[in-house]
Design a protein around this ligand. Structure first.
Ligand code: FES
Length: 351
């Protein structure tokens, strides 16, 4: 019976969603996105922003057609779209059966909780990046690479920052963040003036799905600006747990004055269990300066020699991520082996 006759003579049965690799099939109530249907059915489906910004819910469409609430191309790269990825939070089913496949089910990621927190200290890392140390009223059970939402009382909205230390580094109730000053941004200007030191904050954490996957594939890590934070957390965690994988870390900054945490990176490199290469790349360093290292865009320095059989871990602004995805896949890294945390509206941009 067609849906027309069903709607005339009885209730149409809801469309179906099959989620792989769990191989679970569930109904999708009318007006619900694939993500809403999956979460309502209790499926652990990676997600974060739910508004099409973060790509945490990206999944491969294996069967059926979907309608895009907002175009997937705002967030997903051309390579991801070509590979059949969609955003489940922005997808409404058009066919009776929709089949999607998740790259890495996030069962292992801890659920978020709410904490009371206080800024205990700040340290200037560069002219516009501050290390902010926060103490919470209980341990935050996060995985390296994830982030927290910080809420200042009276502020209109929370701000999102990645944890910058490995979970085991200082105990799970003392947490570091690298926060970039945004000119005119009420929150970060107050932070840099020291006005928030000792003030109570609300924190929701851990959030996000960016984390180190298992296995022994070489790692290609690419950071831009304050996007170094989750990568330092991941690399410190890998160092402490003595993970044995080749690693290349490319760090893009504007000038020498924008490089930071070089001692922390040196320490990671010195104790790394396999080959570790660090390549800082400066995009706006004066031509006549004493800098003898790499220049240009950080993604111009992605090289076939360290991409063979590797996984990509990226954190930075969207153009850097999109360009890195393009280069890494050109050098043979499968798109589902490229993991990233793309700055969205509240990270590094407009606070
Ligand atoms: S949860 Fe779908 S894009 Fe963020």
């Amino acid at each position: 019976m067609s849906n027309f006759f069903k709607s005339v003579f009885g209730k149409a049965s809801p469309k179906q969603l099959q989620v792989l690799p769990q191989n679970v099939t569930i109904p999708i109530e009318p007006g619900k996105t694939l993500l809403e249907a999956a979460l309502a059915a209790g499926i652990v489906y990676p997600h974060d922003c739910t508004v099409g910004n973060c790509a945490s819910c990206k999944s491969r469409l294996k069967q059926g057609r979907v309608r895009e609430a907002t175009p997937f191309g705002y967030t997903l790269s051309k390579e991801e779209l070509d590979a059949g990825y969609i955003l489940a939070c922005q997808a409404f089913p058009r066919d009776e059966l929709t089949v999607v496949e998740l790259d890495s089910p996030s069962e292992s990621l801890p659920p978020p909780g709410k904490f009371a927190a206080t800024i205990t200290s700040t340290e200037i890392l560069t002219h516009d990046i501050l290390r902010v140390t926060v103490k919470t009223d209980g341990p935050v059970n996060y995985v390296a690479g994830q982030y927290a939402n910080l809420l200042v009382p009276g502020a209109s909205r929370a701000r999102s920052y990645s944890f910058a230390n490995a979970p085991q580094r200082k105990g799970r109730d003392v947490l570091d963040f690298y926060i970039r000053k945004v000119p005119g941004g009420e929150f970060t200007e107050a932070l840099f003036r020291g006005e928030l030191n000792g003030k109570p904050l609300g924190m929701e954490a851990p959030l996000g799905t960016f984390h180190l996957r298992g296995g022994d594939a070489p790692m290609v890590c690419i950071a831009g600006g304050s996007g170094l934070a989750p990568l330092v957390s991941i690399l410190e965690h890998a160092r402490v747990t003595k993970i044995k994988r080749r690693c290349t870390l490319l760090f893009g900054a504007r000038t020498q004055a924008d490089l930071y945490q070089l001692d922390a990176i040196k320490n990671i490199a010195a104790h790394w269990q396999d080959h570790f290469e660090f390549v800082p790349v400066l995009s706006h360093e004066p031509a006549d300066s004493d800098w003898s290292g790499a220049r240009g865009f950080v993604t111009d320095h992605i090289d076939a020699r360290f991409c063979l059989g590797a996984e990509g871990y990226l954190c930075g602004p969207p153009p850097m991520i999109d360009s890195a995805i393009s280069r890494l896949t050109q050098f043979g890294i499968p798109i589902n082996h490229v993991h990233y945390d793309k700055f969205t509206d509240s990270r590094d941009l407009n606070q």
